[in-house]
Design a protein. Sequence first.
Length: 334
Amino acid sequence: MCRMLDETDRRILARLAVDGRETWANLARALGLSESKVARRAQRLFDSGCARVVAVPDPLRCGFGTPVLVHLQCVPGHARAVAERLAARPDTRLVVLLAGSFDVLAELISTDRDHLMRVIHEDFRELEGALEASVESVLRTFKVGFDWARELLGHDAVTPRSGPPATHQSGCPELSAVDLNLIAALSNDGRLSYATLAQRLGITESLATRRLRHLVDCGYLTFSPLIDPALLGYEIEAFLRMRVDLRKIGAIARRLCRETSVRYVSATTGASDLVCEAVLRDHAALYEFVTGTIANLDGVRSLETTVELGSVKRAYRPRPVRRHADNAPRKGEG
């Protein structure tokens, strides 16, 4: 459980939120602290559950399956139990509680059509407390980014390891056995050093470095910092589902990708054409995002916005639903 955070803790978390693999040496220089102090502080944050960095493969690029977004309406009072049962499934990558027309959002990775059919027509029918489901398959992911905390860094902002870039659609060969082993090792700890990876996989450090950079550059792999935005003063996480002019899907998606507050953008089938997740400071910022950024996008026909009440699972990892508002910086602080 997260203890009370001081300003140094928050500065460390802010940099890790933007780049989960930033070296302790670079972080120490930016913060004006010793490398050993930064490493000790960060390790305490990891040990207390305030932060974790894991590698998350893009299932479409890696050939692991198709992401499917499932919005569920639940019997009143049953949403939390439904979310926890979905989070217990190994094929779910994300499960969040929502405030809006749906109560729960789950992202599952479907290996094939038979798997998806069983989930929708058998498993969900037996899911006690679930009333109605809206299912959308992800056709293409434009952004999984972690630059929402960039403004906290000011002139010391680092370049986020966001991905996958929209341009990386071809020219990257299939995954090798070394690539798959790297993904497996980093899925538990995304901060493993090249030397440690080389030792565990029985390869040279130069090969580990070269293959990992290849995975990131080709959009196969993204490093996901698991940090509650509320710890850094960002109280609103929201999902937005849009119907758009089909001729403008790419242009709208690329425009959304440029917004630092946007953490996720995908083109989908079903009830929406584009799905976007944003991390914002408060409801006023959400209002400005909807009435400013979204309203000014040429080609958006309709919008449905739902606010996240808490994450039950993210990046395949169970997450505590309870918020940490007491630790968030207050106005005028820091």
